[in-house]
Ligand binder design. Sequence first.
Ligand SMILES: *[C@@H]1O[C@H](CO)[C@@H](O)[C@H](O)[C@H]1NC(C)=O
Ligand SMILES: *[C@@H]1O[C@H](CO)[C@@H](O)[C@H](O)[C@H]1NC(C)=O
Ligand SMILES: *[C@@H]1O[C@H](CO)[C@@H](O)[C@H](O)[C@H]1NC(C)=O
Ligand SMILES: *[C@@H]1O[C@H](CO)[C@@H](O)[C@H](O)[C@H]1NC(C)=O
Ligand SMILES: *[C@@H]1O[C@H](CO)[C@@H](O)[C@H](O)[C@H]1NC(C)=O
Ligand SMILES: *[C@@H]1O[C@H](CO)[C@@H](O)[C@H](O)[C@H]1NC(C)=O
Length: 494
Amino acid sequence: MKLLGLGLVLLLAVVTCKAEEIMCEETTPFTCNQTDRFNRKHFDDDFIFGVASSAYQACAKGRGLNVWDGFTHRYPEKGGPDLGNGDNTCGSYEHWQKDIDVMTELGVDGYRFSLAWSRIILAGKVKKVGKEKRGINEAGVKYYNDLIDGLLAKNITPFITLFHWDLPQVLQDEYEGFLHRDIIFGDRVKNWITINQLYTVPTRGYAMGTDAPGRCSDWLNKDCYDGDSGREPYIVAHNQLLAHAEVVDLYRKKYKPKQGGQIGVVMITRWFIPYERNKEFFLGWFMEPLTKGKYPDIMRELVGGRLLNFSESEAKLVKGSYDFLGINYYQTQYVYAIPKNHPNRLTVMNDSLSAYTYENKEGPIGPWFNGDSYYHPRGTLNVLEHFKTKYGNPLVYITENGESLYILESGCNVKRYFAWSLGDNYEFDKGFTVRYRLNYVNFTNTTADRVLKTSGKWYKQFLNSTTKVPDENQNFLRSRLFFENHDQKKVADA
Ligand SMILES: *[C@@H]1O[C@H](CO)[C@@H](O)[C@H](O)[C@H]1NC(C)=O
Ligand SMILES: *[C@@H]1O[C@H](CO)[C@@H](O)[C@H](O)[C@H]1NC(C)=O
Ligand SMILES: *[C@@H]1O[C@H](CO)[C@@H](O)[C@H](O)[C@H]1NC(C)=O
Ligand SMILES: *[C@@H]1O[C@H](CO)[C@@H](O)[C@H](O)[C@H]1NC(C)=O
Ligand SMILES: *[C@@H]1O[C@H](CO)[C@@H](O)[C@H](O)[C@H]1NC(C)=O
Ligand SMILES: *[C@@H]1O[C@H](CO)[C@@H](O)[C@H](O)[C@H]1NC(C)=O
């Protein structure tokens, strides 16, 4: 998805789930002087380190239109300050071999990418006439087959996200499409992610209108073409959960027995201080249904009739519908109470009766990081502990992390890490004004070879267990961490 933070400036601290050994200071002067002690040797042999990307952001060609095309063309300024969009991006469709070359050079063992619905099924839906399947784009299928085969040939494990925001919001009607995908790639792909960041589309897409499809209440923003920020997000979230659970059920019944793969969903997480109802509204909104088949009591209490109910059979379907959880973490925030909104001015963003900030009386929550966000690496650990204790220690994959990383050596059940992201690409809401990636892409000539950036070189060395990460790279990390411009408060992770 997106990231605050720079490319990978990956600050690696290895700690235990009990937070015994934290290598990096979190207050100024920021220092992190021990990253050179660690490399992949410190992790289990079956731990997968990878890189991630998403279809709309990385490869424009060879597909039909999706909601992000509609959104960025309707609201060019929302695509990014440079009016950027995914019409032409970094060429991962035409130049997938170059991507694989970069991954090979890095030495990663996993690649998380998403399938573009509109590349496989141009018209959005598969229609069957007798035995003939129509609407399937054979070139798109071939592209994904070639990519998967290319990855496997280099011992890079594919992790496929089915929905990374670029698909029509009609998942519930479209199981046939999902079904088709499983059939196409299921023989070689064992790791499936249904939906990227359950929180994002309901809130940014339907409450704030900052992401596709760009809906919100008109009292909030007259620009939004339509919407109801107090109701629609709950409906969308509910339908996402049901769509996700249906796909998992289908996978488990029809494919898993033969293929032995795993299926899960990605949560965007944040940590909140102090702990209160915010975690329920941000994490519990999805995690309570996924673990208990119901929404959190505090949401029921504060949201009332706007929050939908699961029927008994739906609750059963949703509960336990994951083999692993993908966790994306970027930031921690302070929370303060706000009064109830007027009933004509409801938005899901205010329903917790609290709002977020990065500063309290004692100052900012952490160093201002790369001119973009506040750095609070301990939040990753807090989130992981929360999932461990509250949600039954699920198998966790760190599916995106752009700012800092606490990987747990023991205690928490973490098995995968994916750095965001492989190459420079279109960034949701930021266009091409930021380059968060491990390798440099020349946007005016995507044919040109990709070049590993400093962050890429650092990751490469980290992954090569025979080398030490040299001091030069610690300086790199330090040089990227500085205070500036506390007024610029952006919340763009979710
Ligand atoms: C690492 O940083 C900490 C905190 O600034 C400092 O106390 C320690 O001496 C440093 N260690 C080394 C080896 O530089
Ligand atoms: C959901 O169920 C609760 C009680 O369990 C009820 O109060 C509420 O009205 C129901 N909401 C809807 C939208 O049906
Ligand atoms: C309520 O939510 C809106 C939209 O996200 C936000 O702009 C506003 O600041 C919130 N209200 C308060 C009192 O925090
Ligand atoms: C990017 O490609 C264009 C067109 O080939 C070229 O003019 C430009 O110098 C390249 N930029 C870099 C930084 O290599
Ligand atoms: C793009 O880069 C490739 C490889 O470096 C080069 O052969 C080609 O001439 C460049 N294209 C343009 C339009 O500059
Ligand atoms: C890892 O580092 C060693 C020593 O520098 C080097 O010989 C080897 O080629 C590297 N391996 C990879 C995969 O880059």
